[in-house]
Design a protein around this ligand. Structure first.
Ligand code: ADP
Ligand code: MG
Length: 286
């Protein structure tokens, strides 16, 4: 992963206020969007050969809550996100959103349950613009069939325009509003991370899962990220955030779950987790 911890000056592109996020991500009329209340994982287990990457882990993510997921490298955090988002199949356990069981739902169905994500290493389409990349998140809500789209019939044109407007608003919200037409392969690391968040939000999700979103960001960029995440909570979105910047996690999270060797070792408020002897022993250090 690219690292840029010593960059002295904040970039203009990330200096914009993320004030648009609330209006566009959550308060927009919910014509096609079902707001979800709770994502509940119970006893999730995933093995790779003899390695139990995730070992009977349970976690509840509520809408409007920031939930931190921390632990040493290899403790199963990314695998857990991959289970929630359907990238990996669950060996044991259940995943439920409100009354819907999605344990066996394929990856492309997860947005239907209100779940969006970002990746530990950003995954963008480099030859597309920032705006087009962000728009990709919104396909779940499109109703036009392929012929309507191919023939550019009115509904397809209208949906395209709505998606474009929403994506542009969200990009302004995350501070990328002045580079909408830049190709994604020209972005620096922080811009890629913020674009991934905007792309996830164009799904109009109830939950967003962020895998190490502060990785490689400067202090200034981490503050920008914190403001965005707090706004998501205010919009009623549940944020599950995997992160090694523990100061950031303990400052903004409502609850924190700690993993070690695939197992949950402590779950609680930031203070409870920060002061837990086992968490200190295996992760935080004395
Ligand atoms: P973290 O994100 O906490 O650093 P991971 O979830 O990436 O941890 O990895 C947890 C364990 O699962 C590690 O031992 C890792 O090597 C293993 N693992 C993860 N993904 C795979 C995979 N696709 N194939 C084999 N082993 C994997
Ligand atoms: Mg990881």
């Amino acid at each position: 992963m690219t690292s840029n911890p010593t960059s002295p000056a904040p970039r203009a592109t990330l200096a914009a206020s993320p004030s648009a996020i609330g209006a566009s991500a959550a308060h927009r009329p919910a014509r096609e969007t079902t707001r979800r209340g709770e994502l509940v994982a119970t006893g999730l287990t995933r093995r790779f050969g003899s390695v139990v990457a995730v070992d009977s882990v349970s976690l509840t993510l509520k809408a409007g809550e920031i939930h931190g997921l921390i632990g040493p490298n290899g403790s199963g955090k990314t695998t857990f996100l991959n289970l929630l988002t359907g990238y990996y199949k669950v060996d044991e356990g259940r995943i439920v959103v409100d009354a819907d069981d999605l344990t066996a739902a394929p990856v492309q169905r997860r947005p239907h349950f209100g779940i969006a994500r970002t990746f530990q290493k950003p995954r963008l389409l480099g030859s597309l613009t920032v705006l087009d990349n962000a728009m990709l998140g919104g396909w779940e809500h499109a109703r036009s069939g392929f012929l309507e789209t191919a023939l550019a019939l009115p509904r397809a044109r209208r949906e395209d325009r709505q998606q474009r407007e929403l994506a542009a608003e969200l990009l302004h919200g995350v501070g990328l509003g002045n580079i909408l037409t830049r190709r994604a392969n020209l972005l620096d690391h922080a811009e890629q991370r913020f674009l991934e968040i905007a792309r996830g939000l164009t799904m109009r999700p109830s939950f967003i899962l962020l895998d190490e979103p502060a990785g490689g960001l400067t202090e200034h960029e981490i503050e920008q990220l914190a403001r965005i995440v707090v706004q998501l909570r205010e919009c009623g979105i549940g944020v599950l955030i995997v992160e090694h910047h523990t100061d950031f996690v303990f400052r903004i999270c409502d609850r924190v779950t700690t993993l070690n060797l695939g197992k949950m070792i402590k779950h609680g408020t930031p203070d409870e987790v920060r002061n837990d002897p086992e968490v200190i022993r295996v992760y935080l250090g004395a």
